[in-house]
Ligand binder design. Structure first.
Ligand SMILES: Nc1ncnc2c1ncn2[C@@H]1O[C@H](COP(=O)(O)OP(=O)(O)OP(=O)(O)O)[C@@H](O)[C@H]1O
Ligand SMILES: [Mg+2]
Length: 239
């Protein structure tokens, strides 16, 4: 039987028969402000705190300071978990002193694997993976880089979340249109406007090797993070 990884996102595991299949690479995608980083942080925080699974959170865009501040707004004390080596927060900033530097996926992997060894990580989040695409010449090159990077990560025997973003005017699932093909699963977050009202939603678009609930389900982001309502399918199509 497939071993499942409980996400720690209230209500979400009911959409995926108890959790993500262990060892898979999942893309968490959505437009700006849809809750992608919250999803990733919650997966790492609850993993360490509730399920005794150490985790690594790699931030390529937001500073560690900002991640800690956002997490504390949900009541998650990442600093204490980090001190106890239950999580590792890694800042791989592509901009240093105003200059963009190229991030080599192999270097990034070796940094991750050092921390993986140190804390015995079972969960890894890369937020956002899109940064790799900003410095590659073509979608084909990015696809190759991502395949290489994710096959390296597979050796670590961890469950991995790649965060990517959907541009505002795009109907695709990711920024570069290749990220979804190299992942085992795709979770889409929505923040759609109908008239003057915005509604948050979540959808499991793909999950290899297992069934999952279909459709868009309501999501709330509140004082304790993301909460999914697995019984409350949203009937209207999101744009
Ligand atoms: N403590 C909180 N309580 C309630 N809602 C919050 C809280 N913190 C953040 N939010 C809401 O959650 C939204 C999503 O935040 P998050 O950073 O997870 O999104 P994101 O998809 O990663 O955004 P970006 O596209 O900027 O990377 C925020 O824009 C805000 O509306
Ligand atoms: Mg984010």
């Amino acid at each position: 039987m497939l071993s499942r990884v409980r996400t720690g996102i209230e209500g979400f595991d009911e959409l995926v028969l108890g959790g993500f299949p262990r060892g898979q690479t999942i893309l968490v995608t959505g437009r700006a402000g849809t809750g992608k980083s919250t999803f990733g942080m919650q997966f790492i925080y609850k993993g360490a705190k509730v399920y005794d699974e150490p985790g690594i959170y790699v931030t390529l865009e937001e500073s560690i300071y900002s991640i800690l501040k956002n997490a504390s707004s949900y009541g998650w004390d990442l600093e204490t978990l980090e001190k106890k080596s239950q999580i590792a927060l890694i800042d791989i900033a592509p901009a240093v002193g105003g200059q963009l530097r190229k991030i080599d996926p192999t270097d990034m992997f070796s940094t991750i694997s050092k921390h993986w060894k140190r804390i015995g990580a079972k969960r890894i989040v890369i937020d956002p993976i899109t940064i790799l695409g900003l410095q590659t010449e073509s979608p084909m090159q990015l696809r190759q880089d991502l395949i290489r990077f994710s096959s390296l990560l597979k050796q670590l025997d961890a469950t991995v979340i790649f965060v990517t973003e959907i541009p505002e005017d795009s109907q695709s699932l990711s920024r570069f249109g290749v990220e979804e093909f190299i992942s085992d699963g795709v979770v889409v977050l929505y923040y759609s406007r109908m008239g003057g009202i915005r509604t948050r939603g979540i959808e499991v678009r793909k999950l290899r090797g297992t069934s999952h609930k279909e459709g868009v389900f309501p999501v709330a982001i509140g004082d304790s993070g993301l909460v999914v309502v697995p019984s409350g399918k949203i009937p209207k199509l999101f744009s």
